[in-house]
Ligand binder design. Sequence first.
Ligand SMILES: C=CC1=C(C)c2cc3[nH]c(cc4nc(cc5[nH]c(cc1n2)c(C)c5CCC(=O)O)C(CCC(=O)O)=C4C)c(C)c3C=C
Ligand SMILES: [Fe+2]
Length: 460
Amino acid sequence: MPDQSIPEARPPALDEESSSELKEGTTEVEVGASEVEEVEGGASEVKEGAFETARSVEGLTRRKLLGTAGATGLVLGAAGGVVGYTAQPSRATPLTSVGAGQVMFHGKHQPGITEGLQARGHLVAFDLAAGAGRREAAALLRRWSQTARRLMAGEAAPHDDTDVARDAGPSSLTVTFGFGHSFFGRTGLEKQRPVALDPLPDFSSDHLDKKRSDGDLWVQIGANDALVAFHALRALQKDAGDAARLRWQMNGFNRSPGATSHPMTARNLMGQLDGTRNPKPREADFDQRVFVSESGTPSWMANGSYAVVRRIRMLLDDWEKLSVAAQESVIGRRKSDGAALSGGTETTEMDLEKTDAKGNLVVPINAHARITRPDQNGGAAMLRRPFSYHDGFDQDGVPDAGLLFVCWQADPLRGFVPVQRKLDRGDALSQYIRHEASGLFAVPGGAAEGEYVGQRLLEG
Ligand SMILES: C=CC1=C(C)c2cc3[nH]c(cc4nc(cc5[nH]c(cc1n2)c(C)c5CCC(=O)O)C(CCC(=O)O)=C4C)c(C)c3C=C
Ligand SMILES: [Fe+2]
């Protein structure tokens, strides 16, 4: 596959001034050849979580911005003095940086792995329909790739666009495709099934709902606008046609870009900064930890990654009864700023040996952030890129809320599995969470121009 010359991601460290870093990490892309005129310089960073990408394009052309802006002219409604907005703008105004954010579909890796967290997410699994095999799967991945490429560029869906995203820019939409263990049997491609896709072991604390777990195909959608994300979800579902049926779907969210006065690590629904110690793209071993190498096996997984997806319910009624000090002991980090309990700031290295005046470890021995560290797990590391979820309250008012935990690694046996084995033995956080659904998916490398995702598997 030709090198797509995607620049290496070069994220700002959390404690660095981000504006100069941003220039290096922002790529100018032709949104549509005829539309590229003056590039707006005002790239604004959308960085939630401790990593950022070189592929996010925050500067679009003036014509593009003016052309797609949902421009508003405020008018006084004729009837009853209702304040409303004209359908036809009186004066075009540019899209904000949120709408203008664009991620490239084609590249060495699929989108939706190293990009900053998006405000809205949909995780969806499909099963191939009875009678559908390799040929139908190949046609489906071709359709899906075409739709994803267009929507990520801020264009309409190839067929019967619903207009739901009509006035919005691409809004950093990403669409990522993966294959589950069962896909290979259904398509006669067992010999191509990676060993790394062997089912995850059973964990004693699992409460898994099989109907909301696994699946032949997995799609991750993320965007900084809820309508853009839904539009993509619906278009991809319709693309599935008779070839595949929806198996399960989960909806998630993160903080909206611009909600905080400066870019910072996102908080989860327990209120903690979550993502601090994620591997950073600038680190030498980042690619090795997250992506299958160019020469990795099977060859169709070159530059791909493995996604572990866990729907983890947070037992918030119990958690919120704890004092802040007790909550901080569970994690081993301060709630306010994410600093380790051994002191410093969010990025200060945790001192695992530090004791208080009574000789007790200041970061408790079972603190979540202590025992998940790579140096406590034979080097096991993963890139965590979750969405929060909230699916309402039960009749007793108990929230069904938590984390759609998505983590990325070159090999789950050197990432998620050893760490979860240890957590399963009972870290301090375990009694406040419950794993309710699970999936493991092989996510092939990115598609080159003219290719579709998974082509090397399906046509190899
Ligand atoms: C098996 C892997 C992990 C699961 C499952 C998991 C669930 C989970 N974690 C939090 C909150 C935090 N996790 C933090 C750090 C952290 N967690 C994992 C792994 C799993 N977490 C790792 C590998 C790490 C980083 C360890 C390191 O390298 O030092 C933190 C601390 C801040 C941070 O580094 O992100 C928090 C907070 C929740 C709420 C949760 C399940 C709902
Ligand atoms: Fe964690």
